[in-house]
Design a binder for this molecule. Structure first.
Ligand code: B1M
Length: 215
């Protein structure tokens, strides 16, 4: 718990050096790194969002702290991926294409979803952020994926998820792919309304949903 509090503080203080020393300490103490990421550093990330909301954190400060969070996330995810020996073609449960939608740069959550899916035995193709729906469909067809998962963090960009469903329907491709949506403003109701096949609230739930979609 003490390490989790320290991890939260490191993000709030945008102190990258402290953050990396916490990761080393956690490894030594055999602390679950996904817990450290979600409940420790993630809590700090939540806190900076709330402070930005209240006006007690400026945009440059938010960007700086988010950069630290992103570097921490990438480092932990790399450690987890190398531990699990994931992405083996022999254990794959299916292939998931992930993208943050056009106009949206928020990719920390999607990165965590990519990691939990890989750990659970899915092959994951991560197209990054700000990806237009046309590119998503093109890549999904080219790589013959099973599931297309999109992440949207802004109320102004969630409409892209609806645009994707429309494109899939219009091109007759809907029958070839399952879709799932996520990101802070999304809800099960939103998923249902736009015709997505699945919704998940967090990275752990995303695995359950993906497994269900493959049945
Ligand atoms: Co921005 N931002 N941001 N931001 N940012 C939010 C989202 C906001 C809620 C902050 C606020 O005002 N309180 C607000 C959105 C308001 C709204 O639309 N309702 C906001 C805003 C306004 C903006 C800008 C417009 C600010 C500006 O320029 N004035 C700008 C937009 C840029 C753009 O996209 N075009 C902007 C920029 C940024 C930064 C670049 C500084 C940075 C992003 C860095 C990055 O991602 N590389 C940033 C950050 C860090 C945040 C907050 C603080 C944190 C987001 C995050 O990383 N959460 C955020 C406030 C908040 O959410 N509390 C905020 C942690 C992450 C682990 O959670 O992403 O929710 P999350 O992912 C979860 C689940 O949602 C789920 O699983 C993940 C793991 O459990 N999930 C999926 C996510 N995708 C999924 C996909 C799935 C399944 C589950 O299946 C496919």
């Amino acid at each position: 718990q003490e390490l989790l509090n320290k991890a939260k503080e490191a993000i709030v203080d945008a102190d990258e050096e402290k953050a990396f020393s916490i990761i080393s300490e956690a490894k030594k103490q055999n602390v679950n790194l996904l817990d450290l990421l979600l409940a420790g550093f993630g809590a700090g990330n939540q806190e900076i969002g709330e402070r930005f909301d209240r006006g007690s954190l400026s945009l440059p400060e938010l960007i700086y702290a988010a950069e630290v969070m992103k570097n921490v996330t990438n480092t932990i995810l790399e450690l987890l991926d190398s531990d699990e020996g994931s992405n083996s073609p022999f254990v794959t449960k299916g292939t998931v294409l992930l993208a943050t939608v056009a106009g949206d740069v928020h990719d920390i959550g999607k990165g965590i979803v990519a990691s939990t899916l890989r750990t659970a035995g899915f092959d994951v193709i991560d197209l990054g952020c700000e990806v237009p729906v046309e590119t998503i469909l093109e890549e999904a067809k080219k790589r013959n994926v099973d599931i297309i998962g999109t992440s949207a963090l802004l109320t102004s960009t969630m409409v892209e998820q609806k645009k994707l469903e429309k494109l899939l329907a219009e091109t007759g491709e809907k029958k070839n792919f399952m879709t799932m949506v996520g990101g802070a403003p999304c809800t099960p109701r939103w998923a249902k309304k736009i015709g997505a096949d699945g919704y998940s609230e967090d990275a752990v739930d995303a695995v359950k949903v993906a497994v269900k979609l493959m049945e």
